[in-house]
Ligand binder design. Structure first.
Ligand code: AMP
Ligand code: MG
Length: 419
């Protein structure tokens, strides 16, 4: 992340800029040390704990990209048809037992090793084959339709580095060099609970004054999608004793404890004193919107992240702060999301000195081909719909207080903030 200049007057002294908060969160963790070997299909979503170095070439030999005829280019006419005897037949999986001699054609199939001596493959479609001979069309260029040995992977290549997350393509890439049980880091254990005497589980009653819990389901889903082992600690009332007990249990079992709600400064917000009682609070004031305040600390070995109660703020703070920290704990090498430059399609007033994230969608392109982002019309951090109907978060940098149409901003599609 680049670090924009901050308007010092708009920030109170104890408020951390967003980038500093991320840096401090990352400093709190190291990758989980324990590793295990798992079968390929269980490696999906896991983090590689070793470099994968290939001990073979892929493809292992020059092979045909099509069904057709392997020939020597020098035997063909560039202007007329050429008739050649078919002297070999090479299906995929069979290694030719001799080179192709001058004046011969070999019937060959996709993926089959190309016989020594052949340098060009003619696809079968323009050819006319008889029993023992084939009439080949004029050919102007040598080397066509041949896939070269090692064109994907060579012996000794590091095909994937430790710290890489394993998605289906990476799994297949390892399979292609014969790796069956990669070494991965153990899953990060995450414990989640919601706080708030008014908060209820869907499925039960929500009497007047009560609301249904949405945060816990968002957070548990985000963590599960990251490959964490998630423990559900349910909903806790705004009661210091209950919070203390749950936080003590959760931090003994988990690497990361996430809560939502109860981190403001009202009399009913008990999370911060409880964390200070059991462990240490690192910071809780960050110059952002939505999401102030966000409480970060340690309880025992666990990192504690107290997310705001408002659903949009909880989601945004998870993606921008908790997620990079958890990725680092997982052992992932690249933990920061990569933004896409876009142009604002709107004007917007913000407070200087504060990083803000709007929910936004890409609606088209401007004359230079840059995508244009439109914001969700309302900013309320309780409006979860804004996340559901938008495509991502648009970051408004600290210093300006006015965003104008055409300003270039950083857009983070939700796919780069989740999973
Ligand atoms: P708090 O940070 O506890 O003051 O909560 C801020 C707002 O978010 C309040 O309106 C809460 O009712 C709401 N809220 C807190 N926790 C949740 C939750 N788990 N799901 C949905 N809304 C919540
Ligand atoms: Mg609350």
């Amino acid at each position: 992340m680049t670090r924009p200049a901050v308007d010092a007057f708009a920030l109170s002294a104890d408020m951390l800029p967003a980038d500093d908060a991320v840096a401090r969160l990352l400093d709190l963790v190291t990758p989980v040390a324990e590793t295990e070997r798992v079968p390929l299909m269980d490696a999906r979503g896991r983090v590689l704990a070793e470099d994968i170095v290939s001990d073979r070439n892929v493809p292992p030999h020059d092979n045909s990209a099509v069904d057709g005829y392997a020939v020597r280019f020098a035997d063909l006419s560039t202007e007329d048809e050429t008739r050649l005897p078919i002297t070999m037949r090479i299906p995929a999986g069979i290694v030719p037992d001799r080179p192709l001699s001058a004046g011969e054609a070999a019937r060959i199939f996709t993926g089959a090793p190309v016989p020594e001596g052949a340098d060009t493959i003619i696809p079968q479609e323009p050819c006319r084959a008889g029993d023992d001979t084939v009439v080949l069309p004029p050919v102007r260029k040598a080397g066509q339709n041949l896939r070269r040995k090692a064109e994907d992977i060579g012996v000794g290549d590091t095909i994937l580095a430790a710290g890489r997350r394993l998605h289906p393509a990476e799994i297949g890439f390892m399979a292609s060099v014969g790796v069956a049980e990669p070494l991965v880091r153990r899953r990060v254990r995450a414990a989640v609970f919601s706080t708030g005497t008014e908060v209820r589980d869907p499925g039960g009653d929500a009497p007047p004054g009560a609301i249904y819990d949405s945060n816990r389901f968002v957070l548990m889903g985000l963590l599960a999608d990251m490959g964490c082992k998630v423990s559900d600690y349910g909903i806790l009332p705004d009661d210091p004793a209950a919070l203390k007990d749950a936080l003590a249990r959760a931090s003994a079992e988990a690497d990361v404890v996430l809560t939502s709600g109860g981190v403001s400064t009202g009399e009913e917000d008990h999370i911060k004193p409880v964390v200070e009682d059991l462990g240490r609070l690192d910071f809780w004031r960050v110059a952002i919107r939505p999401g102030r305040p966000l409480a970060v600390g340690r309880v025992g070995e666990a990192v504690f992240v107290g997310l705001p109660g408002n659903p949009v703020a909880a989601f945004v703070c998870f993606c921008m702060f908790a997620r990079p920290m958890i990725l680092r704990r997982m052992g992932v090498a690249d933990v920061l999301p990569r933004p896409i430059p876009v142009r604002a399609g709107f004007a917007f007033k913000k407070r200087a000195g504060r990083r803000e994230w709007l929910r936004a969608s890409l609606t088209g392109r401007d004359e230079d081909g840059l995508p244009v982002a439109e914001r969700f019309p309302t900013e309320g951090s309780g409006i979860l719909r804004s996340v559901v109907v938008s495509e991502g978060l648009l970051a408004l940098p600290e210093e300006p207080s006015q965003i104008n149409p055409g300003d270039v901003l950083e857009f983070l599609p939700f796919e780069r903030l989740t999973g």
